[in-house]
Design a binder for this molecule. Structure first.
Ligand code: J2J
Length: 544
């Protein structure tokens, strides 16, 4: 069978022998997202699929809305494999839009609400997107102006679709038409592009196929024991891979359960929703977990329906992990995943010490793991090393990134996660650190090189290195160490410059330090380790 991937240049795929094995072993079952929703509408038609704002859509309603929107997209000229950048907050329409695109074989490119002109402009240009979907306003920001700017700079971008007041653009609400028959994608086709946390100058795009992603949902649903009785609260940004698929909203749909959308993850928004909708499971990053654990509101709301709190995206301290059950009265599940694929979970019936002190184990028996030293030689059992992985839902390469792929993947197809891990005798993973040039700001990933490049564009910056500094709340914060050219600009002026260049606010350095020179490694490269060490020392020494 010729795979449709061949028709989408720039998307590496699995070698034919692996693909055959994954199909024969039943990991890939030839499902597509469009058909998945159709099947759930048939089996669970009157059950509520989605709750958010004033909407309460059953599976049948969601399915019908998706048909009408897909027809509308088609009438506008959007076609199979066209790319569409989707930047919506946690609203039910997010799924209406992406399932409409899935159903017609068009490819959502997932952007976070925090992204600004720098990121969105890049996604649109790099993917040659034909459309861009936004809210009118969200979190005090008007996305219509951003869209104006991006549209002017992107010749391929024909449509800006707005949820709410469209201004000079097209209202999303005006698009839907009578359903028409549309030819859907094939299961081996790329379904969408996820964003990588990244460690390079520009974010890398992750092509995920219907087959591989739906398998990751099925495996997640199994491990997390989702069922039609599940009520999942989506509190993290819907476009992120964790609340999307581990098992997230899409896993909840896979199981025939109900997904509830929280526009904001803060206790004052999330707790009333848990109480009202009898939420059974939700997912948070570590800093939000701390906020929930410390919230006085926990006593004011009935959270007794909540059975499992999943925490992932960054390392949860053992101390915080131990507080979850006594404080919130629910079980903890640690999740160590990545948009490139591999997801590890602690199991619901693991002993509490295992749940509290490890980041779990792979969800699939087909996940292959290697823990290796700098020369790709396996470390001794129990030793810490680089985590490499390969499997039926881990990509074989980023989109249109040939040179980078040779570094990010081994020649036999293992993805270099950039994480430093240790395997316990029981087979659980403990995340010990990171080798990639990235700062994990409480789950928000910041690629050092991306911020450095923006800093270097400032006329008074001669050189810049962005590193992590420890932080009690976020785990890590960003520090930009700058060698000025002439007189040093003020930190606030530099940050204003970065904002003006359209960088998402979570990438704006938390701290800026000026130095005369960088410490160097033996081969004359900037030693980020030495920089981090000296910053750690100077930050822990109180100034006189
Ligand atoms: C330490 N580091 C972690 C954890 C992710 C489920 C959950 C998370 C993500 C995610 C995801 C960690 N402890 N528990 O996609 O489906 C860091 C690692 C990893 C990187 C991936 C999912 N959980 N990390 O966070 O693509 O460094 O996915 O390689 O955003 O986050 O980031 P991302």
């Amino acid at each position: 069978m010729s795979t449709a991937l061949e028709h989408l240049p720039g998307c590496p795929t699995w070698p034919e022998d692996f693909a055959r094995r994954y199909r024969e072993a039943g990991y890939w079952r030839g499902e597509t997202f469009g058909q998945l929703l159709r099947d759930r509408a048939r089996d669970f038609g009157t059950r509520v699929a989605l709750v958010g704002g004033t909407h309460r859509w059953t599976y049948a309603e969601l399915d019908a809305r998706v048909d009408r929107l897909a027809a509308g997209f088609h009438a506008m000229g959007i076609r199979s494999r066209d790319r569409v950048v989707v930047q919506l907050p946690n609203v039910p329409e997010f799924y209406e839009v992406i399932f409409a695109l899935f159903r017609m074989g068009a490819l959502p490119v997932f952007a976070l609400p925090a992204h600004r002109a720098s990121e969105i402009g890049y996604f649109c240009a790099f993917t040659e997107a034909v459309a861009y979907v936004i809210p009118d306003r969200f979190g005090g920001f008007d996305y219509r102006g951003l869209a104006e700017q991006v549209k002017a700079a992107t010749p391929t971008l024909k449509h800006v679709l707005v949820l709410g007041d469209a201004g000079s653009h097209t209202a999303l609400a005006s698009v839907a038409t009578e359903p028409v028959a549309l030819e859907g994608p094939s299961p081996s086709d790329v379904a969408f592009f996820q964003l990588s946390g990244g460690s390079t100058g520009v974010p890398k795009l992750i092509p995920r196929t219907h087959d591989d992603y739906i398998y990751s949902l099925r495996a997640s649903v199994d491990v997390c024991r989702l069922s039609p009785e599940t009520v999942y609260l989506c509190a993290l940004p819907a476009a992120h891979n964790f609340p999307m698929s581990s098992p997230g909203v899409l896993g909840t749909f896979y199981a025939g359960g109900t997904a509830v959308m929280a526009l904001n993850p803060s206790p004052d928004v999330a707790f009333p929703l848990i109480e009202r909708e009898r939420v059974t499971v939700t997912a948070l990053v570590p800093p939000l977990t701390m906020v929930w654990l410390d919230s006085s509101l926990a006593k004011k709301h009935d959270l007794s329906s909540l059975k499992v709190l999943q925490v992932g995206g960054a390392r949860l301290s053992d101390e915080a992990a131990a507080r979850v059950r006594p404080t919130l009265g629910c079980g903890l599940q640690q999740v160590f995943g990545m948009a490139e694929g591999l997801v590890n979970y602690t199991r619901l019936d693991d002993a509490e010490t295992r749940i509290v002190t490890t980041q779990g184990r792979p969800m699939s028996d087909a996940d292959e793991l290697r823990v290796v030293d700098d020369d790709d030689v396996p470390v001794a059992p129990g030793g810490t090393g680089h985590l490499l992985t390969r499997g039926p839902y881990t990509i074989r390469g980023y989109y249109k990134a040939e040179a980078h792929n040779t570094k990010a993947f081994t020649t036999d197809g293992f993805y270099r996660t950039g994480d430093l891990v240790r395997l316990t005798p029981e087979g659980d993973l403990v995340v010990e650190g990171r080798a990639k040039d990235q700062i994990n700001r409480g789950g928000d990933k910041v690629a050092a090189e991306e911020v450095e490049n923006h800093l270097l564009a400032h006329p008074s910056v001669s050189d810049a290195a962005v590193v992590a500094i420890p932080d009690k709340f976020l785990g890590e914060r960003t520090c930009a160490v700058v060698i000025p050219r002439g007189e040093a600009p003020s930190p606030s002026a530099l940050n204003a410059f970065l904002r003006q260049r359209g960088l998402a606010s979570f990438k704006i350095p938390d701290r800026i330090e000026f130095v005369a020179a960088f410490p160097q490694t033996g081969v004359g490269k900037v030693s980020k380790k030495a920089l981090r060490d000296s910053l750690r020392q100077s930050l822990s020494t109180p100034s006189p």
